[in-house]
Design a protein around this ligand. Structure first.
Ligand code: PLP
Length: 373
């Protein structure tokens, strides 16, 4: 039997409607959107439609959406594209960013940018700075991929703008799970990752506020207004558009359904595993994410002892030693406790039966490890 998939924050399956919408663009509608003939026009219209669908989900206009290859590229485009001429300028980010943000920020730091990394409180919420350096780019994630903790992006954007700077947020984990409205957040740029919202891998989007001076970091032809050259990944873009439309329609109901399941999972695990702690407890969190610390074990060992579920740990294994997740450590958790973290992330295909089976499997795995003394 297939394990129960509880790793939706790693990636999601394609929804059937997404596959159906994509298929014609993998078969007969193979035209290049830049071509002037009917094949090209069909592809161009499909990309335009997808742009509207993504814009609708984000609460912006279609001409403010650029298609990219995913979350990593969107972050790189925003961070390099908004700092190009300000290499010696300041960047404000956090200590819990995904490598897709900390990578480009680190590279700019190496070239002379001044970088301030905001810490988090014990719940995993980024601490707001008293102020932001003049003209800084503030880039902080909308929600954390490990804990699901939602971050104060609106407040950070206000601080950035007050200092004459710009605000970008990596909303890879949030879009499709919680309402994300770029106008309400008042951000200048926002990252969308297709494969976290039931669209294919290798496609994403970047919202860029109209009129912003974003510089491309890849040079080529005039695709995506010259900001992201390269022939469009038409079928995947169509898939992203349909996934965005489905998310717009079902987000509230699905968030309610999945958070009920998530809470039931937490209760069942707490009942079977004394001393279990929820990372980010008490903070506003994504409805699908349950990051738990299991006492006296390492996360990878528990998952190995519970093959009936497919989930992930925040930690990494180096030379046989478990290295705790930097995100959990930043919350002030002791390294030995942090390595007991398991991330369970639910999604559209998760059922109540999955939740009870997963709780049983994880509890049995934990008991098997801890009863050995
Ligand atoms: C918060 C966050 N940002 C960026 C990414 C990278 O997205 P992609 O895999 O589309 O490059 C991920 C994916 O794991 C993520 O969780």
């Amino acid at each position: 039997m297939e394990p129960i998939y509880l790793d939706y924050n790693a990636t999601t399956p394609l929804l059937p409607e997404v596959v159906e919408a994509m298929l014609p663009f993998l078969r007969e509608h193979f035209g290049n959107p830049s071509s002037g003939h009917v094949f090209g026009r069909r592809a161009k219209e499909a990309v335009a439609r997808a742009r509207e669908q993504v814009a609708e989900l984000l609460g912006c206009d279609a001409d403010e959406v650029l298609f990219t290859s995913g979350g990593t590229e969107s972050n790189n485009l925003a961070i390099f594209g908004l700092t190009r001429d300000r290499a010696a300028g300041a960047i404000v980010t956090s200590v819990i960013e995904h490598p897709a943000t900390s990578g480009p920020v680190g590279a700019l730091e190496g070239h002379g940018s001044r970088v301030e990394r905001l810490g988090v409180d014990p719940r995993g919420v980024v601490r707001l700075p008293a102020n932001v350096p003049q003209g800084a780019l503030v880039t902080v994630m909308h929600s954390n991929n490990e804990t699901g903790v939602l971050q104060p992006i609106g407040e950070l954007a206000t601080l950035a703008h007050r200092a004459g700077g710009l605000a970008h947020t990596d909303a890879s984990q949030s879009v499709g799970k919680v309402p994300v409205d770029v106008r309400a957040l008042d951000v200048d740029a926002l990252t969308v990752c297709g494969h976290k919202l039931y669209a294919p891998k290798g496609v994403g989007a970047l919202y860029v506020r109209r009129g912003l001076d974003l510089r491309p970091f890849m040079l080529g032809a005039s695709h995506e207004r010259g900001l992201r050259p390269g022939t469009e990944n038409v079928a995947s873009i169509v898939g992203l558009g349909v996934a965005a439309e489905l998310a717009s329609k079902t987000l509230d109901d699905e968030a309610r359904r999945v958070s009920t399941l998530r809470d039931a999972l937490r209760e069942a695990l707490s009942a079977g595993i004394p001393g279990l702690v929820v990372n980010g407890d008490g903070a506003p969190r994504l409805p699908n994410t349950l990051s738990v610390r299991l006492p006296r074990v390492v996360g990878s060992a528990v998952l190995a002892a519970a093959p009936a579920i497919a989930a992930s740990t925040g930690s990494a294994c180096h030379d046989g030693h478990e290295i705790a997740s930097a995100v959990i450590l930043a919350m002030g958790v002791a390294p030995d406790d942090a390595t007991g973290t398991v991330r369970l992330s639910l999604g559209r295909l998760t059922t109540a039966q999955d939740v009870s089976r997963a709780a049983e499997a994880l509890t049995a795995g934990w008991r098997a490890l801890t009863s050995r003394g």
